[in-house]
Design a binder for this molecule. Structure first.
Ligand code: NZQ
Ligand code: ZN
Length: 387
């Protein structure tokens, strides 16, 4: 097992929407609160009303309009409001996009440099941020219990992530009943995003960490069991509860302790979102099977373990079992309505050239758990998934 440090200070309040009444005491009354949300789903699922009535004795301002794959440009508008109104506390209400946007907003609000984009594009360290909490209505990203954030600059079609010790929510409400209003497409996206988060921390070289392997495999098995139930019926409270907790556990730092991490699938996928606006999870469903196929020799040990323990693949030669594990995974994504080929989205080899050029320009020449993902591997991966 590798050395690691693990610190996760996020208080989780899991349950039905009436738990939101606890907001009244979680946020100090002396603090001016800004609610930040997306395009309006919170008005339809009762969450907005629950938050407003809990904070009836607080001073509350609002900003609605954070878009999926949140834009730097929109976030900076919120920063101006925070500065002008002297906001003390921000509450993110929605999915990963709103929570990610708020993580960036609270950091940019106290940023002392000239251009807060440098936090994302140049990795400038965040030294301080306003406190914030989250109300999660969409199980997928794990943003509710981690310190990561992904922001897009619309003007340049660039999508970058940052992490900071100041970017953990003070608390997060996980409300499976609020997620019952999700369209099936978003449920499917959530299952696949969480699944691939596990894989980024699991499908790597063996590191003598059997406990972590089993944590990871248990989340994968739960997603395979519960995901289709929620996809069939998003308001199945028990199934949605299990999906939501699985998605949170998939990316709150726990399963990444002591093991190598990869994230190449995400880095390639982010470029497909940046150039074509394809939903985050849908990009992962395209990239992952391609990357595993190209690196199947290097990932052989873990592909065999995964195939046997998660899918029960124990018959055949090693090569047959490896290919079966990849095929099962791709079929799982497709069974949830996620296409796995670039052609399904009208993406051609022109985009592959653009992505490979970006990787070269950014000097991303050897990413992944062992630095095996070179621009050539990126090209082979995307070409494999072309049609
Ligand atoms: O904007 P509203 O009206 O709220 O609608 C949203 C949005 O259109 C809707 N929605 C959310 N909750 C709902 C609902 N609709 C009905 N009922 C509900 N209860 O769902 C749509 C998508 O929301 P979004 O927040 O964009 O989805 P998701 O949670 O999948 O977040 C995706 C973003 O997270 C980033 C991605 O790159 C992408 O930008 N990621 C963040 C990570 C992190 N912070 O750790 C890790 C991930 O790998 C990922 O990169
Ligand atoms: Zn993801």
């Amino acid at each position: 097992m590798q050395n690691f440090e693990f610190h996760n200070p996020v208080k989780i309040i899991f349950g039905k929407k009436d738990e939101l009444s606890k907001l009244a005491t979680l946020v100090d009354k002396s603090q001016k609160v800004l609610l930040v949300y997306g395009g309006g789903s919170i008005f339809k699922n009762g969450v907005y009303d629950g938050v407003k009535s809990a904070l009836v004795n607080h001073t509350v301002l609002e900003f609605g309009g954070i878009e999926p794959n949140p834009h730097f440009e929109t976030a900076m508008k919120v920063v101006e409001i925070i500065k002008a109104e002297k906001v003390d506390f921000v509450l993110a209400i929605g999915g990963g996009s709103v929570i990610d946007a708020v993580k960036f907003i609270v950091s940019a609000a106290l940023y002392e440099g000239t251009d807060a984009w440098d936090i994302l594009a140049k990795g400038v360290e965040v030294k301080a941020a306003l406190p914030f909490g989250a109300v999660l209505t969409l199980p997928a990203t794990g943003s509710e219990m981690n310190s990561g954030s992904v922001i897009t600059k619309a003007a340049t079609e660039e999508k970058f992530a940052f992490m900071s010790v100041h970017s953990f929510p003070k608390f997060s409400f996980l409300l499976p009943d609020a997620a019952g209003s999700l369209p099936k497409k978003q449920v499917a996206n959530g299952v696949v995003d969480a699944f691939v988060h596990v894989m980024e921390q699991y499908m790597n070289y063996p590191a003598g960490a059997p406990l972590n392997d089993r944590f990871a495999e248990s989340i994968l098995q739960t997603l395979i069991e519960e995901g289709p139930k929620v996809y069939a019926k998003p308001d199945d409270y028990e199934a949605m509860s299990n999906l939501m907790w699985s998605a949170t556990m998939a990316l709150n730092g726990l399963i990444g302790c002591g093991v190598p991490q990869d994230w190449a699938t995400h880095m390639i996928g982010h470029e497909l979102t940046a150039f074509h606006g394809i939903d985050h999870a849908r990009t992962l469903a395209i990239v992952l099977p391609g990357l595993w196929t190209v690196l199947k020799e290097e990932k052989r040990a873990k592909l065999l373990q995964y195939g046997a323990r998660v899918w029960g693949i124990t018959e055949g030669t090693e090569e047959e079992r490896v290919l079966a594990a990849i095929a099962k995974t791709e079929e799982f994504f497709q069974s949830l309505g996620l296409p796995t080929k670039l052609g399904d989205y009208g993406v051609t080899s022109i985009t592959i050239d653009k992505i490979v050029t970006r990787f070269e320009q950014r000097q991303w020449k050897a990413i992944g758990d062992r630095g095996l993902v070179t621009p050539i591997v990126v090209r082979q991966t995307l070409e494999h998934q072309l049609a």
